[in-house]
Design a protein. Structure first.
Length: 94
């Protein structure tokens, strides 16, 4: 079973997001706990992908057309660290 860690800003910012996004995030966490980001391929709505450029090493999953989860994965330890949930604005992570 994978472990999912959240940075402090993610935990605080989650309550400010729309209820629908909070529910999808909780579903995303449960899916990832059961198989890592490879398990997300079984769910077309999340569209998981590697990021490039200055965010090389990070991954992104879609919660909606507007919102994305930015995270890192350590498959050796079976851990994910959620860095942020953003309204598709990656500039705040640079």
């Amino acid at each position: 079973m994978w472990k999912v860690y959240e940075q402090k800003l993610v935990t605080k910012g989650l309550v400010k997001l729309p209820r629908e996004i909070q529910m999808k995030y909780k579903a995303w966490v449960e899916i990832v706990k059961n198989g890592g980001c490879n398990n997300l391929k079984n769910y077309s709505g999340f569209k998981d992908e590697k990021l490039r450029g200055s965010l090389n090493g990070y991954r992104s999953s879609r919660l909606s057309i507007k919102y994305r989860i930015i995270y890192t994965e350590d498959s050796g330890l079976e851990e994910l660290t959620v860095v942020g949930i953003t309204a598709h604005d990656y500039k705040e992570f640079l």
